[in-house]
Design a protein around this ligand. Structure first.
Ligand SMILES: Nc1ncnc2c1ncn2[C@@H]1O[C@H](COP(=O)(O)OP(=O)(O)OP(=O)(O)O)[C@@H](O)[C@H]1O
Length: 234
């Protein structure tokens, strides 16, 4: 198998500016299927903008983002948001779980949006929560949980559709180290079991150590580690 055959996302020469501020300059990088890649670098170097361009939240000003034979940078907002619902999962620093819903209802939501009946969706959601060690919280609402528990619910929700790629932006940034480790260990384990690739944005070297590969950014550019085929990595 060639490196290209196992590539999940391939970004080529992407550029992005917010008015006069250039956030990304000629960034190329690829993510192998099931590969866990950390993007590190100083504050303001463009990590979040890169994640937003790869996940289709933003459309880059220049370049291409290839996923399953399609260039996301040329797709409509509607097509990109469909892709985010079906093939991608996202997890942010504050998991943004829905306060009014129980853990199970939160995790079942993406499956219901995909057309599953609540009963089936809830059964799958319960299994995911159990896999992350928080099965006993299934019927609790976020207000009754710690920050780390809420973030594990958000993680279960991000992975419940078994996405091809999970985009995680500082997923443990608001947690203490023990809660952070629990989230990261769960993230790596579930992603590996499901074959989900992960783009993990972090400024923390200990978090980056969970990844298979690290990409370092500086001033909107990739300093080390961008577009490497999976064979070269392994
Ligand atoms: N919505 C926006 N409007 C204007 N400028 C922005 C916007 N978002 C980001 N920027 C600027 O673009 C550059 C890259 O920002 P980005 O958030 O991608 O960096 P980052 O590496 O993720 O930073 P941090 O680690 O602090 O989150 C910075 O100079 C930032 O100030």
């Amino acid at each position: 198998m060639t490196g290209q055959a196992v590539t999940s996302i391939d970004a080529r020469h992407i550029g992005m500016a917010y008015g006069q501020t250039v956030a990304l300059r000629d960034v190329s990088l690829s993510l192998g299927r099931g590969e866990i890649v950390a993007v590190t670098g100083a504050s303001g170097c463009g990590k979040s903008t890169l994640l937003h361009c790869l996940s289709g939240i933003l459309r880059p000003d220049q370049g291409e983002v290839w996923f399953q034979g399609r260039n996301l940078a040329a797709e409509s907002e509607q097509a990109r948001s469909r892709l985010r619902r079906t093939a991608f999962g996202v997890l942010f620093q504050f998991g943004q779980v829905v306060a009014e819903l129980t853990a199970i209802e939160n995790v079942a939501l993406p499956l219901q949006l995909g057309g599953r009946r609540y009963r089936d969706a809830a059964a799958i959601a319960r299994r995911r929560l159990e896999q992350l060690g928080i099965g006993e919280l299934s019927d609790k609402r976020p207000g009754e949980m710690s920050g780390g528990q809420q973030q594990r619910v958000a993680l279960a929700r991000a992975l419940v559709t078994e996405p091809d790629v999970l985009f995680a932006d500082e997923p443990t940034g608001a947690l203490d180290s023990l809660a952070g480790e629990q989230v990261l260990a769960g993230l790596v384990r579930l992603a590996r079991e499901q074959g989900t690739a992960v783009l993990l944005v972090t400024h923390d070297a200990q978090v980056a150590a969970y990844a298979d590969r690290e990409i370092t950014m500086r001033d909107g550019q990739v300093e080390f580690g961008g577009r490497i085929t999976v064979e070269e990595v392994r």
